[in-house]
Structure formats: structure tokens, C-alpha cells
Design a protein around this ligand. Structure first.
Ligand code: SF4
Ligand code: SF4
Length: 374
């Protein structure tokens, strides 16, 4: 294998002060990056909004200023959601180069495309903007990160054959998930011959804390390997995966990742079977069998984000009470920042239940969501 398949995600970095997490502990990032590079890895991934807007600068201090340009590759992203209009794109890009302390990006991705964001990118000329930067040598490769259904991905790749890479949410628990559609999205990339960059291989840390039965299964087979390692190796074992990103915010994570990725061995058939069993155990803990089709939401007079709240209930049933704090914070964002009705705002009209193809007792689950999150 010519390129090592582990990338250093710079989304959540060690902080100087636990009370104010926005300030990056640059000295520690230097140490983590040194270990990573010393083992022959080269790929770093940042974005303007990562780590409260301080990730690019941390990369500059820890890597760009301390290593020759050929020692590393850096990916940054065109985050249109941070801009008000298309005319801000050139200034945004220039600032990113400056923040990262580089003269070009190895990879530059349109950030977080879904159907609506792709449309906006087209209207703003963002795809052409990226190609223009590539033609000038300011960007070596272009692509996009993606969060939507496989059919949307298929449409984008039909319209934009010039995109070279796709960054996907790919993990074994969501491989067959009807909403995330990891497998289907991966297969679309294979169909178009686009190498895949994997984000969230451990599902935001969740696959490091699987239910006890799944943990017993994985630990029973390979006691020396961490539970998280199975998720990263699953992603890296997919043939068309070019790079697997792992957010590394402490020494233990870095050393663990390096231990099995420096001489990476794809999962054997037996190991694939264990991962499939672990996924089945996780799925069996799902409380609400909601497919995320959203047929229930249009007619809701209280604008309740029904499937989003069910997903949060499932997160707790599948990955345990340790998820409660982050789930509550997501719930707060949905209800306060994004203006959705709270679960307790439900007036019991049951329009949603009439439209649910799964015939779920939505109002009962909402009562539970209200008790859990409010
Ligand atoms: S029953 Fe509740 S959730 Fe369902 S449509 Fe009516 S108000 Fe919305
Ligand atoms: S209609 Fe039913 S299955 Fe579809 S999102 Fe709503 S609750 Fe989930």
C-alpha cells in the first residue's frame, strides 16, 4: 500500500484550559503530530469552523511551521455555510491559506454537501471556483464532503464529474442504516470511480463504547485491540477507501490508532463476521424503529422534529447513558436555535401517526423524549 490510510482529523484538539475548550494546547498538538508523522503518516484534515475556529492556526503552528512542505498533506474545506454571499469565497480561501501557513492545499473539499447545499454551491459558482484554484496550483485535488442520501450523491456526481474525491460518513453501525446509507453512498462512489475519504469512522466516539455484549465479542476475539480499532479497521478495509480520518485529541488515541494502522491489515472474513455481529447487537438496542423518512413532519402543527428526537432516543438506548449530555445539547440546538417544537409541545392531533409507514406510536415516544431531554 503506497499511502497509509489514517488521517489526522483536527476537529477536536487538546485544550489549554478544560473550562475554556476553545484555546488549543499547541504544545500537545505538536507532540501528537510528531508521533503521527514519525510513524510515516502524512494526511491532516482541517476546516475553518473546527475547534471553535482555531484548528487551521493550530495546524500552522504544530505542522506547517515545523515541517517541510513535502512531509505532510493538508485538506481544507470551502464552508459555504459560513459565508453570506458568493463574493466572499476568494477572501475566505486566501485567509485559509494564511491560517494554515501553506501556499497550496493538497485537497480542497466543498464542505458538507446535501441536496440544498449542492444547489447553493452551483448557484454561487463554487465548483468552478475550486477548479480555478486547481488550475492555478493553489489546490492539488478537489472534492466534497457529503451528508445526504445515496440518490442525491449519484445526482451530484453525474453533474460534477470533475470532483475527484468524496468524503463520507462511513462506519459499520450505519453501513445499512436507512438514513446515513454508508454502504449505498460508498457504492455510488465506486460506481463513479471516486476514492472515498472517511469521516466519523467511530461515529463520533460511539463505536468506542458499544453495548457490553458487543464489547465482549470483540474483546474476546482480540483482547489486545481497542473496541474503537474495529471501527477504524472496518472503514479502512473497504477497497475504495483512500483515507480514514480519526479525530485525535490525546496521546492515548494517537498511540492506539498508530498501533494497528502503521502496518494495517484489512479485516479477515472471521473479523468481518464479528463486526457484523457487533452491528446487529447495536441495532437490537434501538428503541424506536424509525427510518427517518420524515413523512410525519410536514403536517405537524407544532413543527416538531420527530425523527431527529427519535434518533437521539436511539442513541441513548444503543450507546448508553454516557451519551445523555451531548444528546441534550443537540436537542437544545434543535428546539432553541433551529426553532423546532419541543417533544412536550405535541398536542396529540396524531396527524403524524396517520402518515407513518412504520405505524409507530409517535406520540408515546414523544412523551418519552420529553421526559428524557427536557
Ligand atoms: S400528534 Fe404531536 S407530533 Fe404528531 S402531528 Fe400532532 S402535534 Fe405534531
Ligand atoms: S414517518 Fe415514521 S418512520 Fe418516517 S420519520 Fe416519521 S416516525 Fe420515522
Amino acid at each position: 500500500m503506497s499511502v497509509k490510510k489514517l488521517g489526522f482529523g483536527l476537529m477536536r484538539l487538546p485544550a489549554v484550559d478544560e473550562a475554556d475548550k476553545s484555546k488549543v494546547d499547541v504544545e500537545r498538538v505538536c507532540h501528537l503530530a510528531d508521533r503521527f508523522l514519525a510513524e510515516g503518516f502524512t494526511y491532516f484534515d482541517t476546516a475553518a469552523c473546527y475547534h471553535s475556529g482555531n484548528s487551521e492556526q493550530a495546524f500552522r503552528e504544530a505542522v506547517a511551521k515545523r515541517y517541510p512542505r513535502e512531509a505532510y498533506t493538508i485538506t481544507d474545506k470551502l464552508s459555504l455555510f459560513m459565508l453570506k454571499e458568493a463574493s466572499e469565497m476568494p477572501g475566505f480561501f486566501e485567509k485559509q491559506l494564511e491560517n494554515c501557513g501553506v501556499e497550496y492545499f493538497d485537497y480542497y473539499l466543498l464542505h458538507s454537501l446535501d441536496e440544498g447545499a449542492a444547489k447553493q454551491a452551483e448557484e454561487w459558482g463554487a465548483f468552478d471556483f475550486m477548479l480555478e484554484k486547481k488550475a492555478k496550483g493553489l489546490v492539488k485535488h478537489v472534492g466534497f464532503s457529503f451528508h445526504d442520501k445515496a440518490e442525491v450523491l449519484d445526482k451530484i456526481l453525474t453533474r460534477h464529474p470533475e470532483m475527484e474525491y468524496v468524503q463520507l460518513q462511513l462506519n459499520y453501525a450505519d453501513w445499512e442504516d436507512s438514513e446515513v446509507q454508508s454502504r449505498k453512498c460508498y457504492e455510488v462512489c465506486v460506481k463513479y470511480g471516486k476514492p472515498v475519504l472517511v469521516m466519523e469512522p467511530i461515529k463520533g466516539g460511539m463505536l468506542a463504547n458499544v453495548p457490553a455484549e458487543a464489547e465482549a465479542l470483540l474483546k474476546g476475539a482480540r483482547p489486545e485491540m481497542s473496541v474503537a480499532s474495529w471501527a477504524i479497521r472496518f472503514a479502512a478495509s473497504q477497497e475504495n477507501v483512500f483515507m480514514v480520518l480519526s479525530g485525535m485529541s490525546d496521546e492515548q488515541q494517537v498511540e492506539d490508532n498508530l498501533s494497528y494502522m502503521k502496518d494495517f491489515a484489512p479485516l479477515s472474513d472471521e473479523e468481518k463476521d464479528l463486526v457484523a455481529k457487533s452491528a446487529a447487537i447495536i441495532k437490537s438496542k434501538e428503541k424506536v424503529p424509525c427510518t427517518g423518512c420524515r413523512y410525519c413532519t410536514d403536517g405537524c402543527p407544532m413543527k416538531i422534529a420527530i425523527p431527529d428526537y427519535f434518533k437521539l432516543l436511539n442513541r441513548i438506548s444503543m450507546f448508553g447513558e454516557g451519551q445523555l449530555a451531548s444528546v441534550k445539547s443537540i436537542y437544545k440546538d434543535r428546539t432553541e436555535k433551529e426553532g423546532h417544537g419541543k417533544a412536550s409541545d405535541c398536542v396529540g392531533c396524531r396527524q403524524c401517526e396517520e402518515h407513518c409507514p412504520q405505524h409507530l406510536p409517535i406520540t408515546e415516544y414523544l412523551e418519552e423524549a420529553a421526559k428524557t431531554f427536557e
